[in-house]
Design a protein around this ligand. Structure first.
Ligand SMILES: [Zn+2]
Length: 365
């Protein structure tokens, strides 16, 4: 509800009712409550916000998108640990006032992405699970186990299933999400506004073809108003090349959810040159992801304002970690701190570190 309307309402009530009228007081209180609600945000214009929680699942993925109407979770973290990852996801959902996960994308069937699903399904209702199709990696025991648990939950009607292909739109309300990769295929044509030549492709390394579930990852380009976000799960560099070389099919983004926890098999220079994010957020663990060579590629990417990390990377040491205020969990005992991004349709956004309560604002461009 526009604040202008509320101001007019208050002004009219002032004019028509005596100063001590209980009706007038009630209307003013109502107007105040509406003004202080989620409708009115820091940019000064009445817009609804998108909240994204980067849940710390110790080097797996769990990214919760909360829109005004619906919620979307990308991956569920690890199994075991008495439901540690599921508990952290549910805690983030509670903070956002969400009591059901409307849509859950399982990017691929590796255990750090689908492993936490049975524990999560036992704690919170899940509407529809979106996947790339059946598991394609039958030689890895934890992957097979994760896939079997997924099938058991499906058979028990714990949620609906939707298998997507590149070019499909996710049915979630409140933001646009286009599938750009799934089951080893990528979009054949550039997205609207993309299609530029990528100069870094000419001298690019040739990467080995990945044979695992990583290359099957469901990747999505998410748009919320003017804001563009890309999440490619654990998509590997060989497949990135198909997305951004020789033509950049993705276009530039504001937010890059760093693929594969910042591990060496993803985030090629060609990808980073193509998407040129303002902000990158890396869901690494202390001992997983955050590879120094990848950290360098992200840090040197054109136009980057900040890289944020869920963890201090032990492998990165002093030279390959960002300043402490941009890290949710520094070296030492782990507290499961999260990062939260709040975005507005005009393209402005905040990133909040739950450990320090430090917030950085990024104005609309
Ligand atoms: Zn992973």
């Amino acid at each position: 509800m526009p604040s202008l309307f509320l101001s007019l309402l208050v002004t009219r009530l002032r004019a028509r009712t005596p100063a001590s009228s209980p009706t007038r007081t009630a209307w003013i209180i109502l107007a105040f409550l509406l003004l202080s609600s989620n409708w009115v945000v820091s940019s000064g214009s009445p817009q609804k916000a998108l909240h994204i929680f980067f849940v710390d699942v110790e080097g797996g993925q769990a990214t919760l998108f909360v829109m005004p109407a619906e919620s979307l979770l990308i991956d569920t973290g690890w199994p075991g640990n008495d439901g540690r990852d599921a508990d952290r996801i549910v805690a983030a959902a509670k903070k956002a006032g969400v009591s059901k996960i409307d849509y859950l994308v399982i990017t691929h069937f590796h255990t750090d992405h689908v492993g936490g699903l049975p524990q999560l399904a036992a704690r919170i209702p899940i509407g529809t699970v979106i996947d790339h199709g059946d598991n394609r990696e039958s030689t890895d025991a934890p992957t097979v186990q994760g896939w079997q648990a997924y099938r058991s939950l499906l058979a028990a009607n714990k949620f609906k299933r939707l298998t997507v292909r590149p070019g499909d739109k996710l049915p979630v309300e409140g933001m646009q999400a286009v599938v750009v990769s799934a089951d080893g295929a990528v979009i054949p044509h550039p997205l609207p506004g993309a299609g530029q030549e990528n100069t870094v492709c000419k001298n690019a390394e040739v990467y080995p073809t990945d044979q695992t579930e990583n290359v099957r990852s469901v990747g999505a380009l998410i748009t919320f108003g003017k804001l563009r976000i890309v999440d490619l799960g654990d998509l590997t560099r060989d497949k990135e090349m198909e997305l951004v070389c020789p033509i950049n099919k993705l276009g530039q983004v504001d937010i890059y959810i760093v693929s594969h926890h910042g591990w060496s098999q993803s985030s090629s220079p060609a990808l980073l040159n193509a998407i040129a994010p303002r902000v990158a957020i890396m869901d690494n663990g202390a001992k997983k992801g955050g590879t120094p060579s990848v950290w360098d590629i992200i840090e040197k990417s054109p136009g980057l304002e900040n890289l944020w990390q869920l963890h201090f990377s032990d492998e990165g040491g002093a030279a390959h970690n960002v300043a402490t205020e941009f890290i949710a969990n520094p070296a030492g005992p782990d507290a499961g701190n999260y990062l939260e991004l709040t975005a507005w349709p005009d393209g402005s956004f905040d990133v909040f570190n739950s450990r320090t309560a430090y917030t950085k604002h990024y104005p609309a461009r």
